[in-house]
Design a protein around this ligand. Sequence first.
Ligand SMILES: Cc1ncc(C[n+]2csc(CCOP(=O)(O)OP(=O)(O)O)c2C)c(N)n1
Length: 574
Amino acid sequence: MSQKTGAQIIWECLLKEQVETVFGYPGGAILPAYDALTQYRIRHVLVRHEQGAAHMADGYARASGKVGVALATSGPGATNLVTGIATAMMDSSPVVCITGQVPGPVIGRDAFQECDVTGITLPITKHNYLVTRAQHIAPTIKEAFHLARSGRPGPVLVDITKDAQQESADFDWDDIEVRLPGARPASGVLPDELQQAVELINAAQKPLILAGQGVIQSGSTEGLLQFVDKTSIPVSCTLLGLGGFPASHPLNLGMMGMHGESWVNHAIQQADLLLAFGMRFDDRVTGNPATYATAAKKIHVDIDRAEINKNVQVDLGIVGDLRDTLLQLNEAVDECSHRQWNADIEEMKGDSAVRDIQTLPDNGRLYAAHVINDIWNLTDGKAMVVTDVGQHQMWEAQYYKHEFPRQLITSGGLGTMGFALPAAIGARMACPEGEIWVVCGDGGFQMTACELSTCAQEELDINVAIINNGYLGMVRQWQEFFYEKRYSATPLRNPDFCLLAQAHGLQTLQARTRSQARESIAKARRTQGTVVVDFRVEQEDSVYPMVPAGNCLHDMIRRPLEENPLVETAQSRW
Ligand SMILES: Cc1ncc(C[n+]2csc(CCOP(=O)(O)OP(=O)(O)O)c2C)c(N)n1
C-alpha cells in the first residue's frame, strides 16, 4: 500500500484501467491533476473546446470498443462537455469524464467557476459521482469504468473537488471490489424463451432481421452471419448498425427508416416476423409506430430490459447479451431458404435502381452522393468514415458500403452537428493504422472547426471531406418539402475553408466537378497529415427516399422521375 495525492491517484487509476490516451483542457479546479500528469506516461490530447474532448473520447470508444476518457475543469469546462456526454448517452458509448470541482468547503457558496455538474448531467449520464475525499477517488473511478463498459455501455462522470486532488490517501487498486449487481449483463436466454423464438422463426414466411448497434457492441457479427447463412433471412441495418453485417453479403438489404432504402421499408411493412437485434425502434426507424409492421410478429433481443416494449410492443422480448443469444439460436433453428420472400424483395429493388442518382446520366455537375460513392470506390471500401449530421450523413449511409464493424462512426441518437471532426481525432488515436475520412457538412464543420488546430498539433493523418452546399442542407430540404421553400436561416455564407485550414498549417484541395473530385480524393489519400477537401456540390439536391416524420414507413417521397431528374431536383449557385 502506498500514499499518493488524490491527483496522482486519478492517473494511477487510469493506468490500471489501461488508458493510454485522454482528451482534455486544463483549468483551476483540475490543475492538481494536470500537474501530476507530468509524472505519468499517458498521452494527453489538448483540445480547443471541451465539447471536442467529449466527442474525441466518444470517437475513441466507438472506434476501439474501449472506454474513452475526457477531462475538464469545473464550471464552464464541465458544461462544455454536456453536448458530448448527451451524444454518448444516446448512442450507448462507453465514456468516462473526469471534471474538477471547487474545493469541498466552498461548494454551494457560488465559488468561482462552481457549477453543479452532477446535477446538470444526471439525465444524460449512465451514472455520475461527486468525490470530495482523496480516499474515495480510486473506488469511484474503478466503479465508473465498470459501469461505463458493462451491460448497455454509456457515459459516466466523476466530479472531483480540488482539495480531494490535493490531499493524500492510500492507494491499493487490487483491494477495491466493485459491488454493483445491477450493472452485470443479463444472463443467457431462458429455455422457454428460446423455444418460443425458434417456433416463431421456423414458422415465418417473410422474416426480416433488423440489426442495430448492439450487433457491433456485443461482437455478434460472426454469429449473425452464421444465423443468416442457416436461415436465409435478409438483414436490414439501422444507421448505427451499418457495418455490423457486411454490405457485400447478398442478403444485406441496406439501411431502414426515414432515409432507408425503399425496398427495405416496404419489406418491413410486409414482413410476418421481425427479429430486432440490439436496436431500439426509434422514431427515425419506425415512422408512425401505430402503422409500423402491423403484419409482423416481433422478437426483440436487447441487453437493456427498459428497451423491451418501450417504443414498439413485441411478441417476445429477450433480455441479454446478443452474442450468447445468437449462439443458442444458431443451434436451435431449422435451416431454411426463404426463396420466394427474397425474390419478392429483389423485385422491389428494380424500381429503386431507376431512381438511383448513380444510374442517372452525368450532367456535368458535382453531387454529394457521387462524391461519397467515389470516396468508397477509391478507398476500396476500406476506410473508417466519421460523419457529421445532415444530408451528407444520410448520403454516406446510402453510398458508402460498410463492410466491417466500427467502420462508420456517426451521431445517431442525438444527431449532434460538430461531432465528426473531434470524433475522428478520437478514432485516429484509437486506430493509428488505416485510413480515416471525415464526411461533414459546411454547417456542422464550423461548429468544431477549431479542432483543426488539434489535428495540426498532434500531426494527425485524417482526410476531411467538407460536403459544401452553401446551406444547412437537411433543414433546407425540410423547408423545401414542408415549408414551401421558405429558406429561413438556412443559407450559409461560409469562410474559404481552404484558407481556414491553411491558416492551421494544413493541406487543402478543392473540387467543383466529378473529375476534380476523384483527383482530390486520390491526392488526399497520397498525402500525409490532415488534408481538408472542399467539395462544392449541388446546392439544392435532396436525400431520397424520405419518410416524412410521423408518416407510415411505406409512405416515402421518392426522387421524381421527370425527364432529367437531377436538373429538376437540384440547382446550383456556384
Ligand atoms: C448542434 C445541432 N444544431 C442543430 C441541428 C439541426 N440540424 C440537423 S441537420 C442540420 C443541417 C446540417 O447542415 P450541414 O452541416 O451543412 O450539412 P448538410 O445537411 O448540408 O449535409 C441542422 C441545422 C443539429 N442536428 N445539431
